[in-house]
Design a protein around this ligand. Structure first.
Ligand code: FE2
Length: 291
């Protein structure tokens, strides 16, 4: 089953209805948080959420969580923690199946998405809808095919996913891909048909956020929520040693200089974005030292 439905009124959605309520004409805002890396990324997100809610009043919050468990994969406990904090939908990517204990959870929890173009036989689903105040948001996770292992084509499977999604005031697509060319192409491919196409996976925010001519907000990569002091999340001395020696090195998540990286998409009509704004901020200082 490609699509699952969840209501914001679910007991699991402890975040509850937020400020800035959307209306039936599609007025809404979506905060999309880039790849959460390890415990430091998770704590940065949790510490930043109150600030972000006050500053931007997002209707919906989506986060990519495929690196949240020690840098690789996600566990049911960590996913539940994010959902309890008010994350409406968690998207994943190439590290989806790193933790075996999450397999059954991926089938059972509507709000967590693995790429829709993985094999149908693989656990989980790739699209869902969530609803707040009568406005329905569709979210689709899709993986690039260049340099990543996805069993089916991103460009053909996204068509099926959108067809199965049903009516939604807004649709956000997380294009989890290595190659910028694939992400740019997906943005153009879906321009005018979805509210936003946001790229994830490379952990480095790109400077190309814009609303395409057809009304779809686009960015090649949102960036990561994690330590800027490392190499895309890994302790920099370990990454450099690996590159210098060409020998196996055990990677650990850096703890240095944690930042939250996200985009805020504002909308005033269905399936179109008015704006896309990058949100790049260090972990709130008052919270530093708490873990
Ligand atoms: Fe990834």
């Amino acid at each position: 089953m490609a699509e699952r439905q969840a209501s914001a009124d679910d007991p699991q959605a402890a975040g509850g209805a937020q400020e800035g309520s959307p209306d039936a004409n599609g007025r809404a805002s979506v905060l999309f948080v880039g790849d959460i890396v390890g415990g430091i990324g998770r704590r940065t997100l949790l510490d930043s959420l109150p600030v972000l809610r006050e500053r931007y009043e997002p209707t919906f919050v989506i986060a990519n969580g495929e690196n949240v468990a020690g840098g690789l994969g996600i566990t049911p406990k960590l996913a539940d923690e994010l959902i309890a904090a008010g994350i409406d939908v968690i998207t994943l990517g190439n590290h989806t199946y790193h933790r075996r204990e999450v397999y059954a959870y991926l089938d059972a929890q509507p709000r967590i998405l693995r790429p829709v173009n993985f094999l149908r036989s693989q656990p989980g689903h790739g699209a869902c809808t969530v609803e707040r105040d009568g406005v329905r948001l569709g979210v689709v996770s899709v993986s690039g095919n260049l340099y990543l292992r996805a069993g089916r084509s991103a460009f053909t499977e996204i068509e099926s996913a959108l067809g199965e999604l049903g009516a939604a005031a807004h649709i956000v697509v997380d294009m989890h891909a290595e190659a910028t060319s694939e992400k740019v192409a997906m943005g153009w491919h879906l321009d005018g048909r979805v509210t936003a196409v946001v790229g994830t996976h490379t952990h480095v925010p790109t400077a190309d956020a814009r609303v395409l001519p057809g009304g779809t907000a686009y960015i090649t990569d949102v960036g990561m929520t994690g330590p800027r002091g490392g190499v895309i999340g890994v302790k920099r001395e370990q990454a450099i040693e690996s590159l210098l020696t060409q020998m196996p090195v055990r990677f650990e998540t850096s703890q240095e200089d944690p930042w939250l990286m996200a985009v805020l998409i504002r909308c005033s009509r269905p399936l179109r974005a008015d704006s896309i704004e990058q949100v790049l901020m260090p972990r709130p200082p008052a919270q530093e030292g708490t873990g």
